[in-house]
Design a protein around this ligand. Structure first.
Ligand code: FAD
Length: 273
């Protein structure tokens, strides 16, 4: 099947892209790497009249060291993050390296992944765990949203139709921080069936534990994270993780629950190794 006919616009800058989106009354879509939008167009699951290509906007393609955090443009590809030397935040490269395979990573962008909001995707899980912020541009200017509040459900986000993810800001980790990330994929390069991310950064007073690849948005296991901050891996058992998941993800079917319990335990174990 081929995509329905659409117009293609290559704007000069972010305000130009936002103006085009705002002027289209919901008939336009931003184009990032096209790794998800391309198939959706071909299957006619999306039929925009206009594609606004943001993948080449220089302002969205830069990675900047801002001192306490890295600012990564919304059109930066997964492979650029994989290859970047993000001092204090090398975990971003580790996450990127395990997204799909290199050809997908060469085109897929961090902003596109967040906007697409696939529940099993990596950035919607990793960024809340890293206490990152999503920077959004729209007709009224820029606004920032904590990554944990950006995704509202499966394929649903904070974004209005005339808004763009222009950047993500990822705080640098303290030298003593512990990070653990785990995902279960049937095959390398496939979306995971269960995933989990843990950050323990006592210097920054951060204790975060998130699970992903759920039916909806990733969820945080706050009480268990606080317990891990106090007792380390002793806080983590089959029972304690199951209890935390009962609260955060009630009614999960048993096989999925089993995979998520193990993903959480392995993410924590990895962080403490
Ligand atoms: C075979 C395959 C395997 C994959 N495996 C994984 C995986 O293991 N883990 C993972 O995380 N991902 C995976 N992906 C997803 C991929 O990594 C891309 O991140 C994802 O497809 C979206 O990024 P994109 O830049 O291609 O966005 P596009 O496909 O261009 O756009 C996706 C959506 O986001 C919107 N959009 C794009 N950019 C922006 C922006 N800057 N601001 C606002 N809206 C925007 C578009 O309008 C569209 O609605 C896989 C994809 C494929 C095809």
């Amino acid at each position: 099947m081929k995509a329905a006919a659409f117009e293609y616009l290559k704007p000069q800058d972010v305000p130009g892209a936002v103006k085009a989106l705002a002027g289209s009354a919901g008939d336009a879509k931003p184009l990032g790497g096209g790794q998800s939008l391309g198939p959706m167009l071909n299957l006619r699951l999306a039929r925009p009249k206009l594609l606004v290509d943001v993948s080449r906007l220089e302002a969205m393609r830069t990675i900047e060291d801002k001192g306490a955090f890295w600012r990564i443009g919304g059109a930066v590809t997964h492979s650029a993050i994989e290859d970047a030397n993000l001092a204090g935040c090398t975990v971003m490269s580790d996450v990127a390296r395990n997204i799909a395979y290199r050809t997908i990573r060469n085109r897929g962008t961090i902003g596109g992944s967040l906007a697409h909001a696939d529940p099993a995707a990596d950035w919607p899980l990793a960024l809340p765990a890293l206490a990152a912020t999503i920077v959004i541009a729209g007709p009224a200017g820029e606004r920032s949203v904590p990554a944990g509040k950006f995704m509202k459900g499966a394929f649903a986000t904070e974004l209005a139709e005339d808004e763009l993810v222009v950047a993500v800001e990822v705080p640098k980790l303290s030298p003593g921080a512990r990070w653990g990330y785990w995902k279960f994929c049937r095959k390398t390069g496939e979306f995971p069936e269960a995933s989990a991310a843990m950050l323990m950064d006592p210097e920054r007073k951060l204790a975060r534990l998130w699970v992903g690849a759920l039916d909806g948005a990733p969820q945080s296991l706050d009480a268990l994270a606080a317990d891990i901050a106090m007792r380390g891996t002793q806080a983590v058992s089959e029972t304690s993780v199951s209890a935390a998941l009962d609260l955060a993800v009630p009614g999960q079917e048993p096989v999925s629950r089993r995979l998520h319990v193990t993903a959480v335990r392995r993410a924590v174990q990895k962080g403490f190794n």
